[in-house]
Design a protein around this ligand. Structure first.
Ligand code: ZN
Length: 455
């Protein structure tokens, strides 16, 4: 039987190092002008590939039919500005890539204030924020600006709109990396990387996913994990169209997004609600002492909309820290590098790792001594001095009263329950259940009746 190490959830030097590493990646990736296609996306994938060296790049040509959708033309942008009659730039793409509506078609002409209005976007509720806007599937152009900048425009003036962009037959880029195990079960870990300079939604997703890969790549894995870096929606649809049978054959998955903010930890449930991936995430959160904000499944959100659609029905969950839609700075320039926290990113990586540890170590167990209690003392499993039920030190130094754990595990090991259920039912942290189960197995008191608990 393969076992994997149990990770702990306490702050440590490793956590601090991970937080630093995550923020370094964030800072490097943040300035790039990403979209659902184009060089910003490719460059992002190349930088992520430094952390995910096995990443394969997949390019799907513009015009390719993917189920009900068509891969759009590739978008390139070199420069853009809105200038007044004197030529002074009021908004400038070089200062923030959020100033241009994503997928804007080229424009280079002067126009009245009134004509310009229909191409401007601002947020009265956040007057210092530039909103993030796109127009992928309808040809349009526009500028996004702060409400304060917009309020300074003169209704009687003429303005010059300039966008040096191009839409051409190119391709849509996807990054993919696989970590193989031999259980026959594969889990999807999908993230999107199509937003320009926006930190929590969405750079936190690809950064956490890449670092999750780097951690899992170090160890022997029982299950297989497939890491997919796509532009949101169209990329996930394209991926499903490329590998329909493989996606259908997966056991469950995670969509990693908006997990680096300062706010509350949340969990978006899968459409099943109590699938193994839901239970693993809930248990990882419970064991970390976290009561998450629960977001029950709705067919709105991120790429679970594709992976869980009727043709695929893959149960997918998300761990969030400031979930998309839920925070004030969502899809604005204030979702920047000051908003995300290294420790939030490191914490999200750890929670995903702990949930995966649960999947990795979960097995059905059966007691080999089912008729009444086993005599633990005879096997050296019970303190020999009467009344001396002092905390015992286990291999991880975390088991407070081993006899309690032994009793629960042997009581519940009826061949119907897996270690995940035993941990849920007993309230004992999953790593303790695993460690004690291993010990009981060594003492011949129980058997793993099935290598895989959910076949
Ligand atoms: Zn978004």
């Amino acid at each position: 039987m393969n076992t994997v190490s149990i990770t702990d959830t306490t702050a440590s030097d490793a956590t601090v190092a991970m937080a630093d590493r995550a923020m370094k990646m964030m800072r490097r990736l943040f300035p790039l002008c990403r979209s659902i296609t184009g060089d910003g996306l490719r460059q992002t994938l190349r930088i992520l590939a430094e952390t995910v060296p096995q990443m394969q790049m997949i390019e799907i040509p513009s015009g390719t039919q993917v189920f009900d959708w068509t891969i759009p033309r590739e978008w390139a942008i070199r420069d853009a500005y809105l200038a007044d009659a004197s030529g002074m730039r009021i908004v400038d793409f070089q200062k923030s890539n959020l100033h241009v509506v994503g997928y804007s078609v080229p424009v280079d002409r002067s126009m009245s204030f009134d004509e310009l209005q229909q191409h401007l976007h601002s947020l009265p509720r956040l007057p210092d924020a530039i909103p993030y806007r796109t127009s992928y599937y309808k040809e349009n152009w526009g500028f996004c600006m702060t409400q304060k900048q917009r309020d300074l425009l003169d209704p009687h003036a003429t303005y010059h709109a300039f966008i040096d962009s191009e839409l051409f037959c190119g391709s849509l880029s996807i990054g993919e990396a696989r970590l193989p195990g031999d259980s026959g079960h594969e889990y999807l870990i999908s993230t999107y990387c199509c937003h320009p300079s926006l930190a929590n939604d969405n750079l936190s997703g690809p950064v956490v996913t890449a670092l999750l890969y780097s951690q899992l790549a170090k160890r022997k894995l029982r299950h297989s994990y497939r890491f997919v870096f796509v532009p949101e929606t169209i990329g996930a649809i394209a991926y499903c169209a490329l590998y329909p049978e493989e996606v259908r054959g997966m056991t469950g998955g995670f969509v990693v997004t908006s997990c680096g903010g300062p706010g509350p930890i949340g969990m978006k449930e899968s459409f099943v609600g109590d699938h193994l991936v839901d239970r693993a995430v809930r248990l990882a959160l419970r064991d970390a002492g976290i009561t998450p904000v629960i977001y029950p499944f709705v067919p709105d959100g991120s790429d679970e909309r594709q992976y869980s659609s009727p043709g695929f029905r893959l149960p997918v969950t998300t761990i969030s820290k400031d979930k998309y839609y839920e925070y004030d700075y969502y899809h604005t320039s204030l979702d920047n590098l000051d908003f995300v926290r290294g420790e939030s990113l490191a914490g999200s990586i750890q929670l995903y790792l702990n949930a995966i540890e649960i999947l990795e170590n979960n097995r059905i167990v059966i007691s080999l001594n089912p008729n009444c209690e086993a005599q633990l003392g005879r096997r050296g499993l019970y303190p020999q001095t009467g009344g001396a039920l002092n905390p015992t030190k286990e291999e991880h130094g975390i088991i407070k009263n081993e006899v309690d754990v032994i009793t629960w595990v042997l009581f519940l090991a009826d061949g119907q329950q897996d270690l995940l259920s035993i941990s849920e039912r007993s309230g004992i942290p999953f790593p303790h259940v695993v460690a004690v189960t291993r010990k009981l197995h060594q003492h011949g008191l129980l058997e793993y009746i099935q290598d895989n608990a959910f076949e």
